[in-house]
Write a new protein. Structure first.
Length: 423
């Protein structure tokens, strides 16, 4: 199928400009001021904004092993609805992809069921136990990076070995920074105003930034490329900022929810429980400043589905994690772009081109004669977020009931329309 998308405002050469886009029969792009050619379908994008497909570096698709929460099919449908054309899948699965036999289970499902591009991560350690490094060389060509996300690697020497191996393989270590020695039993939200108010066990900031500082030290020693997951504290931001000044090969991400919410938003509802937790207003401000000065280069969702029953157990007993693929861009646009905190151009970099550049994938830009991976947004539609807006199997998000000011109308992956609404 070929498509001619006319009169949309296109993000091209790092600016928005009205252009026509041709998606040819091979799924590749031609971009020009005006195109008139016979195609299978002409799509009128007048008044719409056309961007490179969004890329999420941090998603839990739950399959194989936890299909009651999410599947690769449902999770990538949710991603397509939100304008994502690529996600990176975290390895806390069953089986854990620490060798090729385990990884192949996931790869086979991706080939069969994924609606968009899915790049799996291999685990840093076998079964994410932190005791022995994974068969990294065996799977390096089939994974985007290595992570034990969900837990921090507690043994410094084990992580050093993994970084040395990743450096040899020209791969990336992606770390969930959490120092277990700083954690108290049953910690469920940030140790601060709300934990005191609700009389709940808190999770202190040192549990994150201690490991951020340690992992930066190891990256500096080994020369390994390091990516820091879901940064949430002001101390972590400052450590990453200083590491970049020192020449460490490091990148970082922040979640949508840590940019938009803080501990004062938390109520006794399992949908406000995530790891790391929502921190203080001061931390939230530091995260936004970190995005503005490029200390943090990516916005992710950390999409982490759980069943309704699991999330009905309150803050203490619910599992950590919320979903975010469907709403990520609308929330960022509504509460940061429209409020003049970020420019739309900056958001495209944070949610697409920077991710592609840092992880070395040929996406993140709309380029002539390259595969068409894009989304078309209406930036003038206001609506209330409800569970009916979801494609995920789960609905665990604190953002239901909020209003947003834009909607994705179409997602195209390698020239194929994978999501469409009213265009």
């Amino acid at each position: 199928m070929s498509y001619l998308i006319k009169n949309g405002e296109v993000y091209f050469n790092e600016q928005f400009i009205v252009k026509d886009l041709l998606v040819d029969d091979n799924g590749c792009l031609i971009i020009a001021d005006s195109i008139d050619i016979d195609v299978d379908e002409v799509i009128d994008a007048t008044g719409c904004t056309i961007m490179p497909g969004l890329i999420d570096p941090h998603v839990h698709l739950r399959e194989p092993g936890f299909e009651y929460k999410e599947t690769i099919n449902s999770g990538t449908k949710a991603a397509a609805l939100g304008g994502f054309t690529t996600v990176f899948s975290m390895p806390n699965l069953n089986p854990v992809p620490y060798n090729y036999e385990n990884l192949k289970v996931q790869l086979d499902i991706i080939i069969k069921d994924a609606n968009i591009h899915v790049y799996p991560m291999g685990s840093i350690t076998k079964n994410q136990k932190g005791i022995e490094i994974s068969n990294m060389e065996e799977i390096a060509q089939d994974v985007i990076a290595f992570s034990d996300d969900g837990v921090g690697v507690q043994d410094e020497e084990i992580l050093r070995q993994a970084m040395i191996e990743a450096k040899k393989l020209d791969s990336i270590i992606v770390v969930h920074c959490e120092d277990n020695s700083e954690l108290k039993p049953n910690g469920c939200i940030h140790e601060g105003i709300t934990s005191k108010k609700l009389n709940l066990v808190g999770i202190n900031s040192a549990s994150e930034y201690n490991e951020v500082i340690r992992d930066i030290k190891l990256a500096k020693e080994t020369g390994c490329q390091l990516h820091i997951c879901h940064v949430s504290t002001k101390e972590s931001v400052e450590a990453i900022r200083q590491a970049k000044k020192d020449g460490v090969n490091i990148s970082a991400e922040v979640t949508v929810h840590h940019l938009l919410l803080n501990e004062e938003d938390v109520i006794d509802d399992g949908n406000f429980k995530m790891n790391p937790p929502l921190r203080s207003k001061e931390d939230q401000k530091a995260l936004i400043n970190g995005v503005l000065d490029n200390t943090i280069e990516m916005i992710c969702t950390d999409h982490a589905p759980h069943s309704k029953e699991e999330k009905s157990r309150g803050l203490t007993n619910s599992p950590f994690g919320i979903i975010g693929l469907e709403f990520a861009f609308p929330l960022i646009y509504t509460y940061l772009v429209k409020e003049n905190v970020l420019t739309l151009e900056k958001v495209v970099q944070l949610m697409s081109s920077n991710v592609a550049d840092i992880f070395g994938i040929a996406q993140g830009e709309l380029e002539l004669f390259k595969p068409a991976n894009l989304c078309i947004y209406d930036l003038k539609t206001s609506y209330k977020l409800t569970k009916h807006n979801l494609a995920s199997k789960s609905e665990n998000t604190p953002f239901l009931g909020r209003y947003v000011s834009c909607k994705n109308l179409m997602t195209i992956v390698d020239g194929e329309i994978v999501y469409r609404e009213n265009i």
